[in-house]
Ligand binder design. Sequence first.
Ligand SMILES: [Zn+2]
Length: 160
Amino acid sequence: MTRRDVFTMAAAAVGAYAGLRAAPAAAFEVEHSDAEWRHLLTPAQYAVLRGHGTERAGSSPLDHEFAKGTYACAGCELPVYSSDTKFDSGTGWPSFWAPLPGAVDTTEDRGFFMIRTEVHCHRCGGHLGHVFDDGPEPTHKRYCMNGVALTFTKTSGTEG
Ligand SMILES: [Zn+2]
């Protein structure tokens, strides 16, 4: 692979991402038009998942949820985090040190004069939050999630 190849691939990736932001391309397993998303989601969910917004810190009851269970994407119901990786980061947002395998993807988010790593759902592309490198053992990652972008389902029956 030459440097030119790498550049071409990078340019293609950036182009694909820019296209995704402008109008949904056929890149995700779950696709809806903007009008459909507005119908399917609450205004608060839409603002985060489709508008890349951030909920107010401390506003999500899931920040204080520590029961055993699974957190799914509010856009497409794909399970994205387990309670096993949840921790209290003290930030006011539900935080995890690892996603479920293959459940989320990340992209570079350049805005507000800093570069952050955006986390989005693997299946519908919905914006979930950001990931930082100041998390606890064993990954040292802090997946800082918007609770409104998640739905929590308690594990019933056996305690794991
Ligand atoms: Zn999703």
